[in-house]
Design a protein around this ligand. Structure first.
Ligand code: TA6
Length: 295
């Protein structure tokens, strides 16, 4: 089967309701997964024989228009606070809007791929005055594939930021390292956006960490306590965001809680700040991420 097969219904793929929100559940010989239509939000991926790979907060609030805490929020068309309008929703509007579910198909590698689209409308034009189509394809298998594309359907050029703000499940952040960013420069949000260069081969965590790296490379999350590693490969992404809120900030987030911070780390494949994407009318951009698990 080719990746260009049309989307349809597949055995093991079911559109239903989870926590009161429409969601697609996937259960195949290779993996299970869950995606909410709100935000095309991947909330679970578990390859058979492995522990869950995606962290979802036990305190997440499932309500229409409210971003879910955990999973893979899509940040689009801006990352963090809006550059000019501080009252606009943080991380853009994509994560809190309903995407249209296109259906499922099998890929060349036998994975089950789901398609979701978000089109500009009167609501999105209030915040972002352009016509666009944003699309997420998610391929569930022994690896997880995330393909986020944006097409400019306007008569004017536009720029945007994007991030697949993935929360990964780990056994203990204090025994976790992130590799692959040595030599990359980063803006440190915890230190007033001052810029630094990553000196060592691995990042260790001992407090709130919130950094935007300039990096196109593969990252490795080494979860020593969980006795496994996660490999995050990406294409067409020039930024990597690494975030753990640590206890105090996590405690301030009512949908996370202090008890959750050791169990999660965000390693986000992104194009933000000076790496934002510009598209001419008719142009498209595709961000590709692949996640795999090893012992
Ligand atoms: O990606 C890191 C970050 O931008 C942090 O600064 C932190 O605030 C986090 O995302 C969560 O943002 P949210 O808007 O989901 O509360």
């Amino acid at each position: 089967m080719s990746q260009d097969q049309p989307f349809t219904d597949l055995p093991g793929v079911e559109l239903g309701v989870e926590h009161g929100l429409p969601a697609v559940r996937v259960s195949t010989n290779e993996a299970t997964g869950l995606v909410y239509l709100q935000g095309a939000h991947v909330a679970a991926w578990q390859p058979r024989g492995r522990d869950p790979v995606i962290f979802m907060s036990e305190r997440a609030v499932y309500a229409p228009g409210k971003a879910l805490r955990g999973g893979v929020p899509i940040c689009f068309p801006w990352f963090g606070a809006h550059a000019e309008h501080k009252d606009y929703p943080a991380h853009g509007f994509a994560r809190s809007r309903n995407f249209e579910y296109e259906g499922a198909r099998s890929t060349d590698t036998g994975h089950v791929e789901l398609g979701f689209t978000l089109q500009s409308d009167a609501e999105t034009r209030k915040w972002f005055p352009y016509e666009f189509v944003a699309r997420l394809r998610v391929a569930f298998g022994a690896t997880l594939g995330l393909y986020f594309s944006v097409i400019n359907r306007d008569s004017k050029a536009f720029g945007f930021e994007e991030a697949l703000h993935s929360y990964f499940a780990i056994a203990d952040i204090r025994q976790t390292t992130v590799r692959g960013l040595q030599g990359a420069s980063y803006a440190d949000k915890v230190r007033g956006m001052e810029t630094f260069s990553e000196a060592g081969p691995e990042i260790r965590f001992s407090g709130e960490t919130d950094r935007v790296y300039e990096s196109t490379g593969t990252c490795l999350i080494e979860d020593a306590a969980g006795k496994r590693s996660l490999v995050i490969e990406k294409q067409n992404s020039a930024s990597t965001v690494v975030w753990n809120p640590w206890s105090e900030r996590a405690a301030q987030m009512s949908d996370l809680g202090a008890e959750a911070f050791p169990k999660m780390v965000c390693v986000e494949s992104a194009n933000v700040g000076k790496s934002q994407i510009s598209l001419q009318p008719g142009e498209a951009h595709l961000l590709r991420v692949s996640v795999s698990v090893s012992d």
